[in-house]
Structure formats: structure tokens, C-alpha cells
Design a protein around this ligand. Structure first.
Ligand code: NAD
Length: 259
């Protein structure tokens, strides 16, 4: 799979899955615009990736829930590289709460980043691609929680369900321009949040008992799916969400877990 010279904008790229996507894109020769609210960390990672993989990688700080900042990020990408071929709308947050106790402020905050942020990034990317006649690829980060739900993660699961529908509506509207839009719905992936959870024995057993491949995924394994979706190998794929979940969504039971 080749992404040689393709320009990819990735949100939430300072760490975790976004960083895993950035590393895989760099390994396949893409030029990168890494974006995050963590400006310093994002700049450090962009510099490291540029050095280690020998690709052009810049960092543009941005809050994905703010329209003017998203527009400025795409303007900077265009100024630096001339165009954008791929956008990965990955930034996401979690705030716990069920229907009985979640505050409206926390609901808005999660939807603001996870759904509005994906919409704003997709809209800015699509407008630029249409203007320039670029037959690009837009990739939205969903979750297995788009399909199954966790009661005390009401806002998160709602936002991810929205991402899957947003992906379909975007794909249909952009098909005539040759722009493909797909989603990725990861299962449990070893990022900072999950590292803490995995230190708790009960939580670890619960997660693994719902994971047929019996291990947690690596951020680079999500990056590999993103590279596929961005590449010509996915040229007839649009409107879909792919679930790299270790088998979770196929499982209607639990699997044995070692102590
Ligand atoms: P993470 O917290 O490690 O990384 C998220 C990144 O997004 C951080 O760098 C953070 O600074 C950035 N971010 C947060 N709010 C932002 C904003 N308003 N604007 C710009 N950047 C912002 O999380 P992660 O586990 O790498 O998750 C990345 C994506 O993958 C999220 O959309 C998440 O919902 C999804 N996901 C993660 C898992 C998992 O198991 N880790 C599973 C399914 C889906």
C-alpha cells in the first residue's frame, strides 16, 4: 500500500490512536499535518516522526470543536503542502455519566468534540477537496460503542453512533466528487486511558472476556486500517465503518481469561 506524497491531516495526533495513525501514514510515505489541542506534545511528535520516517510532518494546534480553528488548520495545510488528500477525524473525549446523572454540560462537551468535531473536520476537508478536484479519502474515528452501549458512557456511545451515520451521509453526498468517506470502530486499544484501566484486575478480566483474540489492540493496528482506507486498495469502499475489535462485536458470550 502506497501513500507516497499524499498529504494527510490527522486530528488528536499527539498521542494514542491518532499518533499510531500518523506513524503508519509516515511509514507509507505520506506527508503529515498533525493536529491536537496539546500543542507542545503534537509539535514534538511531528518533529520525531519527520526525523524517524524521513517525511515532511508539521504540527498545527487546533480545537476540533471550533470552526475557525479547524478552518485555519486546513488553510495552513494548503499553504504548506498545496492540498489535502486524506483527513483522519480522530480526536475524541470521554465523560462518564448515565441518563440519571450526566450533566448537560458534559453531554455537550463530548458531542462537541466527538461529533461536531468530526463534522467540522470533514466539512473543511470535503470543501477543499471539491474545490481542488481532489478524489480524497476522509476517515472518521467511531468505536464499537457505536453499535453496543455502556450505560454510564451515555454521551460517548451517542456520539459514536452519530459518527457512523455522519459517515454514511458524507459518503453519499461526496460520491459524485470521487471522495470516499469511511469510519473505523476500534475495540479496546492500548492508549493512556486503557493502560490505567488494565491495572485493575477485575476490569482487565472483564475487557479480555469480551475480546476473542484475547489481547488489547495496538494504536498502530488502527493506523494500518486507516492506511488501507486512505489507499487505492480501498478504491471501491465508501460509507462503511470497519471494526478492528479483536472479535468483540461477533461475540454473544464471554471467552475464558487467565488469572
Ligand atoms: P487519547 O485520549 O489517547 O487521544 C485523544 C487525543 O485527542 C489527545 O491527544 C487529545 O489531546 C486530543 N483531543 C482531545 N480533545 C480535542 C479537541 N477538542 N481538539 C483537538 N484534539 C483533541 O485517546 P485515544 O484512545 O487515542 O482515542 C482516539 C480516538 O479513538 C477517539 O475518538 C476515541 O473515541 C477512539 N477510540 C478509542 C478506543 C480505545 O480503546 N483507545 C476505542 C474506540 C475508539
Amino acid at each position: 500500500m502506497k501513500l507516497d506524497g499524499k498529504v494527510a491531516v490527522i486530528t488528536g495526533a499527539a498521542q494514542g490512536i491518532g499518533l499510531g495513525c500518523a506513524e503508519e501514514f509516515a511509514a507509507h510515505g505520506a506527508r503529515l499535518v498533525l493536529s491536537d489541542i496539546l500543542a507542545d506534545k503534537c509539535a514534538q511528535e511531528a518533529a520525531r516522526i519527520g526525523r524517524e520516517f524521513g517525511v515532511d510532518a508539521i504540527s498545527v494546534p487546533c480545537d476540533v470543536s471550533k470552526e475557525d480553528e479547524v478552518a485555519a488548520r486546513f488553510a495552513e495545510a494548503q499553504k504548506r503542502f498545496g492540498t489535502v488528500d486524506v483527513a483522519v477525524a480522530n480526536a475524541g473525549i470521554i465523560k462518564a455519566g448515565s441518563i440519571l446523572d450526566l450533566s448537560p454540560e458534559d453531554f455537550d462537551a463530548v458531542l462537541g468534540v466527538n461529533l461536531r468535531g468530526v463534522f467540522l473536520t470533514g466539512q473543511a476537508a470535503a470543501r477543499l477537496m471539491v474545490d481542488q478536484g481532489v478524489k480524497g479519502s476522509i476517515i472518521n474515528m467511531a468505536s464499537t460503542n457505536a453499535v453496543v452501549a455502556i450505560p454510564n458512557q451515555l454521551a460517548y456511545v451517542t456520539s459514536k453512533g452519530g459518527v457512523v451515520q455522519l459517515t454514511k451521509a458524507m459518503a453519499l453526498a461526496l460520491a459524485e466528487h470521487g471522495i470516499r468517506v469511511n469510519g473505523i470502530g476500534p475495540g479496546s486499544i492500548m492508549t493512556d486511558v486503557l493502560k490505567t484501566v488494565m491495572n485493575d484486575d477485575e476490569a482487565r478480566k472483564m475487557i479480555l472476556s469480551r475480546t476473542p483474540l484475547r489481547r488489547i489492540g495496538d494504536p498502530r493496528e488502527i493506523g494500518q486500517v486507516a492506511v488501507f482506507l486512505a489507499s487505492d486498495y480501498a478504491s471501491y469502499l465508501t460509507g462503511q465503518t470497519i471494526y478492528p475489535d479483536g472479535g468483540r462485536l461477533s461475540l454473544n458470550y464471554v471467552v475464558p481469561v487467565d488469572d
